[in-house]
Design a protein around this ligand. Structure first.
Ligand SMILES: Nc1nc2c(ncn2[C@@H]2O[C@H](COP(=O)(O)OP(=O)(O)O)[C@@H](O)[C@H]2O)c(=O)[nH]1
Ligand SMILES: [Mg+2]
Ligand SMILES: [Zn+2]
Length: 316
């Protein structure tokens, strides 16, 4: 048996980089205990595993054991909306690539993304790419977002894969860490990763219209080495993030500043809507909590409740 790390997952087999320095195509045989019954894939990129080598094929192996994860990130399964899909595990930080233009900023996406990293308090760097295209108005949007998210504890950077702005700073922040790269299609994730390492050569998409409907070319998550102790994980571009696999309280607990203020609410299970003596509503009114974030929060919990209502009342 050898210890190794899953560096790529296709769903049917896994590329494992083992402690002997070699890469194996590993399969899974038999039953594996899932994070929970609601997770569709048992193994994720970043997982540490024990593998058994194949006697007949020197590149093949079988995954025998998944070692305990120190953290993981899940999203709603693209196929089964009440199930979760593991994106990656054992990461030090997440890099969310976003842009104000091309495609136009969807601010709500940032808040949805942060719900996925908050359960394990995974640090997030929000990178606003394509700064070379920003006019004064776009810069004002960026500065507003930087203020908003830094105030609640995230790091925000300005960057451009084209002009090179912010690339040294971003590269420095990846040193010695395993970083998950994520973002909507077309924001420049592959372009940025290519500038960070000349070995990568990832395919980049060409967007032909300003509406920004890029097609993504990354279909599976994959871990790459920047140097001996710095790794980056590329993930498929995300179109939308929905949370039908969660309960309202999961969202309530994973909006960082809402959770921090919630000790002031009268009811411990306060959802911060119509309940009396709600510290969150007070904080929004006082300008201490962003109305944008609060609005997104309300929208997400309503989506979950609407969904659950129809699920509960399927027979009607
Ligand atoms: N102007 C400009 N275009 C960029 C920048 N980064 C990426 N792009 C372009 O945006 C499109 C999508 O980039 P890509 O890296 O494939 O995005 P991904 O889908 O997030 O991986 C391509 O046409 C890139 O050339 C940037 O910093 N500035
Ligand atoms: Mg890409
Ligand atoms: Zn409340």
């Amino acid at each position: 048996m050898l210890k190794g790390v899953v560096v790529r997952s296709t769903g049917s087999w896994y590329d494992v980089e083992a402690e002997d320095g070699k890469k194996y195509a590993a399969r899974m045989i038999g039953k594996f205990r899932l994070v929970s019954k609601k997770v569709t894939n048992p193994v994720a990129v970043g997982d540490e595993v024990m593998i058994e080598l194949d006697d007949t094929d020197e590149q093949a192996a079988v995954i025998k054991k998944i070692l305990d994860r120190r953290n993981y990130v899940v999203r709603q399964s693209p196929r089964k909306k009440h199930n979760a899909h593991l994106l990656a595990s054992n990461i030090d930080q997440a890099i969310l690539i976003i842009t104000v233009v091309e495609p136009n900023l969807k601010q709500g996406f940032i808040d949805r993304f942060l719900i996925m990293t908050e359960p394990y308090n995974i640090p997030v760097i929000i990178v606003f790419n394509k700064s070379d295209l920003y006019n004064d108005g776009d810069m004002a949007v960026y500065n507003f977002m930087k203020d908003l998210y830094e105030k609640i504890g995230y790091t925000v950077m300005l960057a451009s894969a084209d002009s090179g702005e912010g690339m040294d700073e971003l590269r420095a922040s990846l040193n010695g860490k395993i970083s998950l790269f994520s973002g909507q299609s077309g924001v420049g994730k592959s372009s940025i990763m290519n500038t960070l390492s000349d070995k990568l050569n990832l395919r980049t998409d060409y967007i032909s219209d300003r509406s920004g409907k890029g097609q993504h070319t990354t279909t599976f998550a994959e871990m790459f080495s920047l140097d001996d102790d710095s790794k980056i994980i590329d993930t498929p571009g995300i179109k939308t993030l929905a949370f039908n696999h969660l309960e309202v309280k999961d969202v309530t607990h994973n909006f960082k500043e809402l959770f921090e203020h919630s000790s002031g609410c009268k009811f411990s299970d306060c959802t911060h809507r119509n309940e009396p003596k709600c510290a969150i509503k007070d904080a929004v009114e006082a300008g201490e909590i962003s109305e944008l974030r609060y609005g997104n929060y309300l929208q997400i919990i309503e989506e979950i409740e609407d969904q659950n209502y129809w699920e509960r009342n399927k027979d009607i």
